[in-house]
Write a protein that binds this ligand. Structure first.
Ligand SMILES: [Fe+2]
Length: 224
């Protein structure tokens, strides 16, 4: 579905219309999986799709476009790790995606990948901020005894965020910069990332041993 709703970007500019999506969600999943046989990368794409769909609904816009941007943002990563974000544009063009979609996807590499554009639209800034955070939340859930996204709370993720030795591959500076660009608090973004990942818990293998939300007890696990 094409998102034709007006969207206001982080600087107040309004985008009138987005290009049509050439693939439905199943087709986009097949595209991601064809280029990323690694199940962990397939789950990461689906996690970020869940987060972006949640954020789109929260922002009052259609979740399909935001969701596919999230799903496909690391399309070239497994097969071209040293050219991340550089090969993706052609892969997306070949699949029929528009240049605005390509800009949105590649902007998540801004400052990290050569030639990645600066995030402009609200959607792009959310992707920039939430991508690394989704990885941190995933790692934090896998450390829990129940390995369930349903039972983790933002305060637990905040602790892991501050623990430099935990999930060292997660660039905290990008998350912080993303929150500043959006003008939002880190705790609020953590809550949204958890909420979005809960919506796709089965897809990303984070249902764990608990299938509904229960009080989080990790605050008593000791200071970090
Ligand atoms: Fe990513």
């Amino acid at each position: 579905m094409t998102d034709t709703t007006n969207m206001t970007d982080a600087t107040g500019t309004t985008q009138q219309e987005l290009s049509p999506l050439p693939l439905d969600d199943a087709g986009a999943e097949a595209l991601l999986d064809a280029h990323n046989p690694n199940p962990a990368l397939q789950r990461h794409g689906r996690a970020v799709r869940g987060v972006m769909r949640h954020l789109a609904r929260k922002c009052g816009t259609d979740p399909d476009w935001w969701g596919q941007v999230g799903l496909l943002h690391d399309l070239d990563y497994e097969q071209h790790p040293d050219e991340h974000c550089a090969v993706t544009p052609q892969l997306l063009r070949d699949a029929g995606y528009g240049e605005d979609f390509i800009h949105a996807v590649t902007s998540h590499g801004w400052g990290m990948c050569p030639d990645s554009p600066e995030p402009a639209m609200l959607m792009e800034n959310y992707l920039y901020a939430a991508d690394e955070l989704a990885g941190l939340v995933n790692a934090a859930v896998l450390m829990r005894p129940d390995r369930s996204i349903y039972t983790i709370e933002p305060k637990s993720v905040r602790k892991k965020f501050k623990t430099k030795g935990f999930a060292v591959g997660v660039d905290r500076t990008v998350i912080t910069a993303g929150c500043e660009r959006l003008g939002i608090e880190l705790n609020d973004l953590i809550a949204d990332v958890i909420a979005g990942m809960r919506e796709v818990a089965a897809d990303i293998d984070l249902v764990g041993e608990c299938e509904r939300s229960t009080p989080d007890d990790s605050e008593t696990e000791g200071g970090q």
